[in-house]
Design a protein around this ligand. Structure first.
Ligand code: JFT
Length: 233
């Protein structure tokens, strides 16, 4: 999978070189490319923002640097392909595990995280001619810009690309895969500071263990996430 990240803070994405996603890049499963939006500005001050049309507080991102940066990505894409452009915005569709799965099946994702009061709306309109454009939010709280949201989205999506997670079982057993929360987990020692690992987990009876885990997952989901329980698979 190819991933392009365009931002005035490309260093924000250094965290993606760590751990699982970093290994997947070394293994050639992921090709992550960062771009400095200011490299596509027209003036010597490398200006990317401008006052909002209609007035009001703050600044808005100018459309032309975005178009030039996106055109540069398009010129380096696989011939005849239509990449998906993901624009983080508080007003987008909210990221879910099923949306992450959908994006993980795409061959080329381009992320356009902005700053200030947002990106001139015409960038998304113009991009429709070249990309599948998606406006996505990571949840109902306010960030100062799209970069932190992109780190979250890339981590959620990239780990679903075949081969990125070595043990495919850990994908099917995890939280949200079946609409249930995780069961509690323990390790050695069996008695730690007077707190004990549940006896069933030491029994060696795999059927009892899996029944217990399913029961704990269901209890937790009903108690902590009645919204998930109502819509479970
Ligand atoms: C916030 C954001 C997401 C997501 C992109 C851009 C500017 C600051 C801002 C905040 C409130 C209203 C602008 C962004 C997000 C989320 C994404 C931008 N801002 N207007 N905030 N919260 N879940 N994705 Cl561009």
């Amino acid at each position: 999978m190819r991933i392009d990240l365009i931002s005035i803070f490309p260093e924000f994405f250094d965290a993606l070189d760590l751990s699982l996603i970093g290994r997947a890049q070394e293994d050639g499963l992921l090709d992550v490319r960062r771009h400095q939006l200011r490299d596509y500005a027209a003036d010597r001050h490398r200006t990317v923002d401008s006052p909002p049309a209609g007035g009001g507080a703050g600044m808005v991102m100018k459309p032309e640097p975005w178009a030039l940066a996106l055109e540069s990505v398009l010129s380096s894409r696989a011939a005849g392909t239509r990449p998906t452009l993901i624009i983080p915005t508080p007003s987008g569709e909210v990221l879910s595990q099923s949306l992450a799965h959908e994006f993980a099946a795409h061959e080329h994702l381009v992320f356009a995280p902005g700053r200030f009061e947002g990106i001139d709306e015409r960038v998304a309109a113009w991009a429709e001619d070249h990309f599948e454009v998606r406006r996505v939010s990571i949840g109902d709280y306010v960030l100062n810009g799209g970069e932190a949201a992109v780190v979250v989205m890339v981590e959620a999506i990239a780990r679903l690309v075949p081969g990125v997670i070595g043990n495919a079982e850990s994908l099917t057993e995890e939280s949200h895969a079946d609409g249930l929360l995780e069961y509690p987990v323990y390790t050695k020692p069996a008695d730690w500071r007077g707190l004990h690992v549940p006896e069933v987990l030491l029994s060696g009876d795999h059927a009892r263990v899996s029944d217990w885990r399913r029961q704990k997952s269901e209890e937790r989901t009903q108690r902590l996430r009645p919204d998930l329980w109502a819509r479970r698979a």
